[in-house]
Ligand binder design. Structure first.
Ligand SMILES: O=C(O)CCC(=O)C(=O)O
Ligand SMILES: [Fe+2]
Length: 289
């Protein structure tokens, strides 16, 4: 297997080091504070398709620079519930002292509660514990490919319901009058949506599992108990260590993932006295098929 590739251009070079057989690579040679050249955008897009999650070290950026970086890959989503950076509504602030982040400690794909879930997310570590607070990503391609052809075929024709409330319940996100109003509006603006259980990646054309414990509530064509059993199997299946990569954060690290082909899990194993702050830009995607 080719674990190290150096892709050179006229004056700069990008090094991409694969981290595991199924998912993850570390990229060197990118400066997030500078606009990317067209060929760099293409190389990163290609690397993202190949490795599904890319990691970058030592990127000191502010929310504006993060939004500018992410916009080179598409328009940005504004989250209906999470707090936003000042004057930069596209940047979500995930601060464990400000927000109940327990639902990120569950395997999920970001924002599948809308018709056109994000194509990717760019997550910047601002404050991280010395140990603990790692994030894991799982390859939805690898998880699909490990299923028997018979079960793959069974799942292919099915659709599932995704519901924002599954990860943003009222009791945790509606505790002040302003929060409650925001939560109620988010519910009105985001009615349940239906996505295929098995999705075709719009660029690679590969098939992948597209249900997640964060937002998927039901496989529509099955009875309640069948749906429960199949979802519970799939939620367990995608978490197999063989499909995953685990990242231990240092401040100023950035992770950039293909949100169509992955799920992630933010480990909630650090003390509540510890301050952990992450900033996320979320890039709009298209309707799954
Ligand atoms: O805090 C993290 O490491 C990840 C949180 C998360 O789920 C996200 O940013 O989408
Ligand atoms: Fe997430």
């Amino acid at each position: 297997m080719n674990t190290q590739a150096t892709l050179s251009s006229q004056k700069d070079s990008l090094s991409i080091k694969q981290l595991s057989p199924n998912i993850g690579a570390v990229v060197q040679g990118i400066d997030f504070t500078q606009p990317l050249a067209n060929h760099e955008i293409k190389l990163l897009e290609q690397a993202l398709l190949t490795h599904q999650v890319l990691f970058f070290r030592n990127q000191v950026i502010n929310p504006k620079q993060q939004a500018v970086f992410a916009r080179q890959f598409g328009t940005l989503h504004i989250h209906p519930i999470y707090p936003q950076a000042e004057n930069q509504p596209e940047i979500v602030i995930l601060d464990n002292l400000e927000t109940d982040l327990r639902d990120n400690a569950i395997w999920h794909t970001d924002v599948t509660f809308i018709e056109t879930p994000p194509l990717g997310s760019v997550l910047a570590a601002k404050k991280v514990p010395e140990f603990g607070g790692d994030t894991l990503w799982s390859s939805s391609y690898a998880a699909f490919e490990a299923l028997s052809p018979f079960f793959q075929t069974l799942l292919e024709g099915l659709t599932a319901t995704h519901n924002i409330i599954q990860s943003f319940p009222r009791e945790r996100f509606g505790h002040t009058p302003e929060a409650l109003q925001k939560w109620q509006q988010a519910q009105i603006d985001n009615p349940c949506v239906i996505h295929p259980v098995i999705r075709t990646h719009p660029v690679t054309g590969k098939r992948l599992i597209f249900i997640n414990e964060g937002f998927t509530t039901k496989i529509n064509e099955l009875t309640d108990s069948e749906s429960k059993a199949v979802l519970s199997f799939l939620f367990q299946h995608i978490a197999q260590p063989e499909f995953t990569i685990r990242w231990h954060w240092k401040a100023d690290d950035i992770a950039f993932w293909d949100n169509r082909a992955t799920q992630h899990y933010a480990t909630n194993d650090y003390s509540s006295n510890t301050h952990r702050v992450m900033h996320r830009a979320t890039i709009n995607g298209d309707k799954p098929f």
